[in-house]
Ligand binder design. Sequence first.
Ligand SMILES: [Zn+2]
Length: 418
Amino acid sequence: MNKISENKEYTKRLLERFVKYVKIWSESDGNAADQGVFPSTERQWDMAELLEEDMKALGMSEVQVKDCYVYGRLPANSDGEAAKDSVLFLAHMDTVDEVTGKDVKPQIFENYEGSEIKLNNGVVHNPANDQALAEAAKNHETIITTDGTTLLGGDDKCGIAAILTAIEYLQNHKEEKHCNIEVIFSPDEETGHGMDKVPLELIKSKYACTVDGGNIGELESECFNAWGANVTFIGKACHTGDAKKGRMVNAVSMAGKFLSLLPHTRTPETTENYEGFIAPMEVAGSIDTCKVQLLLRSFTPEEIELEKKIVSDCAEAAAISFNGKVEVNFREQYKNMKEKMTQHPEVLEKLRAAFREAGVAIVEKPIRGGTDGSRLTEMGIPCPNIFTGGHKYHSRYEWVSLNQMAKAADILINLVRF
Ligand SMILES: [Zn+2]
């Protein structure tokens, strides 16, 4: 029997926990993070302190907050070989800054049957154009949405709620034998800095699992190779009335030319599955200098090299056509974890077995992004990602299935039980 999803008492606790956490404003700030501020927002400490308290209340050991990372352990409650195993569960505390996560008012629809849900700001949920929602309605799942004015923050408070509810169940059922469990809740995942100060010295587990995916069944062990690019056009400013004969070189125009040269077939909005992209994210500047920030994403290192060449060539061509200058800088953000994962096939095997035991059909697909797990895998701790039951993340349309979140908690329990 599934311990959380088929147990009303624990499903209720999971919901209460989730609602409590989404009401805490813990948005991170991408700009501050890139300037080296860590954590990028003070408000993430509020979440960290609350989680520290909750983990202590659950009787976890070695609970501590370090650089805004919350760490805790649940030692094995048995002897023997299986008990010596140790697994690390990870979820992130911050929410993305694209849509506000302040004053979240979760709306709960129990035994949802598929009627249209109308929220503020014209946000409408209609199963007719949302396949996952139609599935959830068919199963009469309990749905949690925003009120239309904010995001929900299920990314990744679903993960936090699932992990702590699994821990609570194990603490209340000592007859269930389990191996060592470590838990880390991290700040600044959304800003790409989630593993910058991860307390590696505390981690004893040889493998880990992030609970930060989407639809039920998702098991992810492949992600993008990710690079960032800064393209800075350097022009020559002068009075616009006196600009002819090469006195003015306009950096804004060069940036515009550069953007128009980039291939439209290689953008986030024109690619899917295993296709990589180049995404212009921000333009800022004046006639004197104009800076374009871009993301480069691909599943293979060869394609990343190609994307770098495209960016460099287009930048150069734009600068030449205006007789100006350009500087192009690339920095690596994270690597595809597939290579390291194939060196440890047993990790995915254990997870697949935990899915099967929970009766969840496995959907293995690449992540068109990265998780804290990608960086941790790079550091030598293989770390696949599992679903949380969250949908339409990073938007006011975000919704979560409580039943799916409960299944994620079941899988965590299956993974540590023997
Ligand atoms: Zn996330």
